[in-house]
Design a protein around this ligand. Structure first.
Ligand code: PLP
Length: 451
């Protein structure tokens, strides 16, 4: 049996009227020309249904870290499916691939983070972290210690719980479990630190955390959740030392630190995990997804400390949490092959060089009139456009500046992701210097065209 996916663009777009896209203006998508049909991919390139070859400047969606169509991963998935297509990790069952991947992740994760819960998305990885901490506090006789501290600008997913931890703007007009979450100030110095030095801004962020704890009561707060670098909130890098300071306040108040490394892990910042190796913090929980399998299979991991695990696995405790596809054999095989590839090719180490070349090439766009800030690190970059450099006056939503520039880059062969006034670049980590040069050139031409 073969699947018939040899469709013309028109056939795809007709069939696609049944598909609901994510985070999209569904009304605008009723116009056929608003959609791009991607049909194949190789390395850092994708091809659309019109035959255009495009540089995948967003790595699928911050996830195709080793590049597209890597035979090693495809073969590993194939072999796994031939051996064991599916069995669950419910009840007393396990299987070799999920077991091996959990052990591999534990060996790569910092310090005492040795226990891994698999799911299929970053959103559910974060939900799982919170549910486990709630159970942890119930077990310790602290039933009120449930609230979560997050931050303005954060993105932690879009399930009912993870969207509540995400910045409120993302659930405008929708509902969420927002009574559980308090959002602290955004750590974006360039926008939020007006009239302060960076050191003063950092003090203010720490004070915001301390005052929030004081007001809410540490006995009511289970955890603080933070991305090492905020991604979908616009690639926000906090002032140096921020994570260490926040982690110290959390530890002093018996509040667990969840590091959401859904984007930052598996090489994007030059290390398998960024929390400790880049930002100097050993969290209590790391959540990750995307680069774990480079997107070849949907998979996430919630990696918890031995201490949390000891409590939730003690006598009389039941782990009443589970997803059918937790540790799915094909996903686990993809994860193992992906990590093996990264280790063989020393990809994280390579990113410390090529990622810096990428970052510097894009920082070179700062001279353009409407470029307000180029920020981020290595292969995680955001470019914010502004109307006036002196006042930092923003473009209005009606200007659609990000969208217009993204359309201009796509016309020139580069997919970039518009997010209001920001353009995001999170390409595969295997870019050549030539491709990096091409991306910088396309971005410059496109920004100039729209200016
Ligand atoms: N956390 C972060 C930092 C993310 O960037 C994302 C997705 O982009 C998520 C969580 C949610 O992951 P998923 O879309 O796999 O549910």
């Amino acid at each position: 049996m073969t699947l018939d996916v040899q469709m013309t663009t028109d056939e795809v777009l007709t069939a696609d009227t049944h598909l609901i896209q994510s985070f999209a203006d569904l009304n605008a998508l009723k116009q056929n020309d608003a959609r791009t049909v991607i049909v194949s991919a190789e390395g850092a390139l994708v091809r659309d249904s019109e035959g255009n070859e495009l540089i995948d400047g967003i790595g699928g969606l911050w996830c195709v870290n080793v590049g597209h169509r890597r035979k090693e991963i495809i073969d590993a998935i194939h072999l796994q499916l031939n051996e064991l297509d599916f069995y669950s990790t419910f009840y007393n069952f396990t299987h070799p691939t999920a077991a091996a991947l959990s052990s591999k992740i534990a060996s790569l994760a910092p310090g005492h983070l040795n226990k891994v819960y698999f799911a299929n998305s970053g959103s559910v990885a974060n939900d799982s972290a919170v549910r486990m901490l709630h159970h942890y506090n119930n077990r310790l006789g602290r039933p009120n210690k449930k609230k979560i501290l997050s931050r303005i600008g954060a993105y932690h997913g879009s399930t009912h719980l993870s969207i509540a931890m995400t910045t409120p703007a993302y659930s405008e007009g929708w509902d969420s479990a927002n009574d559980l979450v308090h959002h602290l100030r955004s750590p974006h110095f360039w926008r939020e630190g007006e009239g302060m030095s960076e050191a003063e801004f950092l003090d203010a962020l720490e004070a915001d955390l301390e005052q929030s704890i004081e007001r809410m009561g540490a006995e009511n707060i289970a955890a603080f959740i933070a991305e090492p670098i905020m991604g979908a909130g616009g690639v926000i890098v906090a002032p140096e030392g921020y994570h260490i300071r926040m982690a110290a306040v959390c530890a002093a108040n018996d509040i667990k630190y969840i590091s959401d490394e859904v984007v930052t892990a598996f090489g994007r910042l030059g290390h398998f995990f960024a929390s400790k190796d880049v930002f100097g913090v050993t969290p209590d929980i790391i959540t990750t997804a995307k680069g774990l399998t480079s997107g070849y299979q949907p998979m996430s991991a919630t990696i918890i400390s031995d201490e949390i695990h000891d409590v939730i696995s003690g006598p009389g405790s039941m782990f009443l949490h589970g997803m059918t596809y937790s540790g799915h054999p094909a996903a686990a095989a993809a994860g193992l092959a992906n990590i093996a590839l990264m280790e063989r090719d020393q990809l994280p180490q390579q990113v410390r060089t090529t990622g810096k070349i990428f970052e510097n090439a894009l920082r070179g766009l700062s001279d353009l009139e409407i470029v307000g800030e180029v920020r981020g690190s290595h292969f995680m970059i955001g470019i914010e456009f502004i109307k006036d450099k002196a006042t930092k006056a923003p473009f209005t939503p009606e200007d659609q500046i990000g969208l217009k520039i993204a359309r201009a880059t796509q016309k020139r062969g580069l997919i970039a992701r518009p997010l209001g006034n920001i353009l995001i670049l999170s390409p595969p980590l295997i870019l050549t210097e030539e491709q990096i040069g091409q991306i910088a050139e396309i971005l410059r031409e496109s920004i100039l065209e729209v200016t």
